[in-house]
Write a protein that binds this ligand. Sequence first.
Ligand code: ADP
Ligand code: MG
Length: 240
Amino acid sequence: MIEIKNLQKSFGQHHVIKGIDLTIDKGEVLCLIGGSGSGKSTMLQCINGLHSIDDGKVLVDEIDVFDKATDLNKLREKIGIVFQQYNAFPHLSAIENVALSPRVVKGMKRKDTLDLAAKHLEHVGLGDKLNHYPSQLSGGQQQRLAIARALAMEPEYMLFDEVTSALDPELVGEVLDTMRMLKDEGMTMIIVTHEIPFAREASDRVAFFDQGKICEIGDARQVINDPRELRTRQFLERVL
Ligand code: ADP
Ligand code: MG
C-alpha cells in the first residue's frame, strides 16, 4: 500500500504540491489526470524519493520514503517507473537492456538475467525482437521495452508518467493494452495519462489534479462521466 499524507513540495518559491493526501491499495489502479503543470509528475517522483519534500509523509508498505534511514535503492526495487521519453540504452539490444538492472542491482547471473529478460519481453509482446536495438523498434515497441525493463525487477508497484504522450496515434493502443494486461494480472499502478477513455475503462479510481491539489477523486466512471467539481468538468470538456 502507498500512503501519501499532507505532501508539500516547492521548487524555490514555487509551491507545486500543496497538501496531497492519497492512499493506493494493493491491486488498485489509479489514473491521475489534470492540466500541464498541476504537479502530477512531481508527486509521482516523490513516491520513489526522486525529489526531496518540504512536509508530509510518503509510506510505501509502511516504509517512510523520506526517513534518512531508508535504503532508497531497496525501496526502488519495489517500484517500477516508466516515463514519456524512451530511455533504453541505444548500444544494447532489447534483451540486454532488460537484463541489465537485474544483473547490476540484484547481482543475478548473466544466464538467469537473459532468461528473465526474454520472459518479460515475450510478456509485453516483443518475443520476436530480443536482439533488436532500440533504434530498430517503433515508439510503441520502445515503450513496451521500457515496461519490460521495469517488470524485470519484479516490482510490486508500477508508476507510469504519460507513457503514450510522445507516440504516434496509431502506436498508443498497444501500450495501453500492455497496461491493461498488467491490471488484469493484479499489478498496483499509478498512471498519469491524457487518455481519458482509457482512464475511465482501465482504472479503479481517477484523481483530477489542479494546481498542486487533488480537486476530485473517485470511481473512474463517476469522475469522468459525472464529475462533481466544476474544474474537473471544465478540464474534461477541454480534453475530450
Ligand atoms: P505535471 O506533470 O502535472 O505537468 P509537474 O509536476 O511536472 O506537472 O510540474 C509542476 C510544476 O513544477 C510546474 O510548474 C513545473 O514547471 C515545476 N517543476 C517541475 N519540476 C521542476 C524542477 N525540477 N525544478 C523546478 N520546477 C519544477
Ligand atoms: Mg508531467
